[in-house]
Design a binder for this molecule. Structure first.
Ligand SMILES: Cc1ncc(COP(=O)(O)O)c(C=O)c1O
Length: 334
């Protein structure tokens, strides 16, 4: 990128589209990221040229944060739990008063077709419902209509990694979102980004919010879960936080460990900060992780300071579900 060199800096003016295209192509040449396909309802199709993947600057999602999004994992050529994530983006959109430009089945179809066109077998897709482009005002009244955008983010492999060494967490000082906003996945992730940066500044993997009443909430892009010393798996209830698809899947899978005698019970309930700090095991949960054992919280060891055996067993259940579970859509690559 050109840096301003003082008063004599001449800002280039690109009058023709081909000059801009050349600049965009130069920009993408040096990026490490690979986005093999994008869908845009503004264009009305799938775009394969990375330098052409763009969102209009007058889209209200860009300048007013009036948009919602979600993510799904592509694992060995299958889309994992796409329907749960689609349900959640539509719930988020309804809370944000964004009407989807297409019915649910069409959104689903577009995402599957885009993934097929990308030829990507491992990675993730991200998708957004936006109030749409049209002007720079606050009300979407003058917009041309809601928009749908989606992108494929390629990963090298879906290699199973249980991160047995565990990670560190801190309690963030960044104010928590009001439950009304925390419960929808809107594009307003400034508190989340600041909470993540605070964790990195303090040498941790990620942060955890504890609410004003002293209850544990969630991380900046993940949920948390605890195993008590008496063997109960407890996930903070979803009333003030994002209802995580991974957390919900874990609630459905974990009873297998109760049957196996490894856990006593499984529940979602309020977890006070005091109770949480007495727990034997703690973990982050989220799409793409799917489970990371937390071995240190605010500088103190969690349990014995090692990744717990229940956490690793739960991580195994989630990985099995991702690799061979029932909720996987085969992508028709053709
Ligand atoms: C704030 C927040 N909480 C929790 C999660 C975990 O949700 P999921 O398991 O659906 O990825 C996410 C990730 O999307 C998130 O952004």
């Amino acid at each position: 990128m050109d840096r301003m060199k003082g008063e004599d800096h001449q800002v280039p003016v690109y009058a023709s589209g081909s000059q801009v295209l050349q600049k965009l192509q130069e920009k993408w040449e040096f990026t490490k990221q690979w986005y093999p396909a994008m869908y845009s309802s503004v264009i009305g199709g799938i775009i394969l040229d990375q330098s052409m993947m763009a969102i209009p600057i007058d889209d209200h999602m860009v300048h007013r944060g009036h948009g919602v999004f979600d993510t799904s994992t592509i694992s060995d050529g299958y889309l994992y739990e796409l329907d749960s994530h689609l349900d959640r983006i539509l719930t988020s959109a309804s809370k944000a008063k964004i009407d989807s430009p297409f019915p649910r089945e069409t959104l689903r179809d577009i995402l599957i077709q885009m993934t097929a066109a990308s030829k990507c077998k491992n990675g993730s897709i991200k998708y957004w419902l936006s109030a749409g482009p049209g002007d720079f005002l606050l009300s979407p009244k003058g917009c041309t209509g809601p928009a749908f955008y989606a992108i494929v983010i390629a990963a090298a492999t879906s290699r199973r990694s249980q991160r047995k060494e565990g990670v560190k967490a801190i309690t963030t000082t960044v104010p928590m979102k009001h439950p009304f906003f925390a419960g929808m996945k809107s594009v307003n992730y400034l508190p989340n980004a600041l909470a993540m940066m605070e964790a990195e500044e303090r040498g941790a993997y990620a942060s955890v919010w504890v609410d004003e009443e002293g209850y544990v909430a969630e991380g900046p892009m993940m949920n948390v879960a605890f195993v008590t010393v008496s063997g109960e798996l407890v996930l903070p209830a979803f009333d003030k936080i994002l209802s995580g698809c991974t957390a919900k899947r874990l609630l459905a899978l974990a009873p297998k460990l109760v049957e196996a005698g490894l856990l006593k019970s499984v529940k979602a309930a309020s977890v006070s900060d005091d109770e949480a700090r007495q727990c034997a095991e703690m973990m982050f949960l989220g799409s793409g992780l799917p489970l990371l054992p937390i071995v240190e919280w605010d500088g103190k060891p969690v349990g014995d300071g090692q990744a717990g055996k229940i956490s690793l067993a739960l991580s195994g259940l989630l990985w099995d579900d991702l690799e061979s579970g029932p909720d996987r859509i085969p992508v028709p690559y053709g």
